[in-house]
Design a protein around this ligand. Sequence first.
Ligand code: C5P
Length: 291
Amino acid sequence: MNTITVSAFAKLNLTLDILGTRPDGYHELDMIMQAVSLHDDVTVTIHTGKAWELTCEDPAGNQRPGIPCDERNLAWKAAQIFLQATGLPDSGIAIRIVKRIPDQAGLAGGSADAGAVLQGLNTLYGTPLDTEALCDLGAQCGSDVPFCVLGGTARVKGRGEVLSPMPLDTVQHYVICKPDFGISTPKLFALSDQYPAQKHPNQEALLSCLRAQDAEGAGSLLCNVLEPVAALEHPQILSIREDLLHSGACGARMTGSGSSVFGLFPDEVSAKQAAEQLKTKDYSVFYAHSV
Ligand code: C5P
């Protein structure tokens, strides 16, 4: 087998807390991350016998402007890191990404593609690495990549590389709204240093509500300390939250460093109805469930 297609799932931050700054310049985080059904399709081909190739288009076949198709792309970087770590010879790699996850959105779109490349190459080469080793390689690509390799629901600490899986038997239903501006992750983290958080997440209480399928309870416990900081420059984040709450969400928050805002709904029908209703607004809207 020379080719494999892997689903690269977007992630939501059900919580994001900053515990402090680290000597390496990153921030010490404590988060609950959730993989959701919104995904890119990443096709990896090995032994092409040609120069490396990366293509990225939307499902209609249109190029996605602003996404680099060379070594600047995290997916390309992931393939380089995989070959380096395993010592496998380079016989030509092609990566084809069909992109649905918006970029600069806090949904880990680029990180998900990188995670999918690591998983795809590992399968094509006969599984030389276990999940833990793949997550370690992911951490060399970017802070969100280890979670993207793991998937599911997890408590994520450190820079993003300390993962504790928190499998849930329940399925949650979300509506994700992406305004037409993006937010720079390094800039937002830097700005957050000037505005210490007033409110921190209650991680354990949220997990208990999710396990009990208590969407009302879970909705009230969604928390992202970066959201008030992002809203200083982008008040639209707060108005999107209001839109989601008016559409029946039990709770709504920005994910990661934004700019997407998501709402948690009591069930699939109400989430899909809200998604339909919000499509008239001036932002992109996606329905997604937990995976
Ligand atoms: O690791 P990654 O390249 O995705 O991180 C992007 C930027 O986000 C970092 O350069 C840093 O400014 C910020 N960041 C942080 N603390 C983290 C993760 C990311 O400050 N734990």
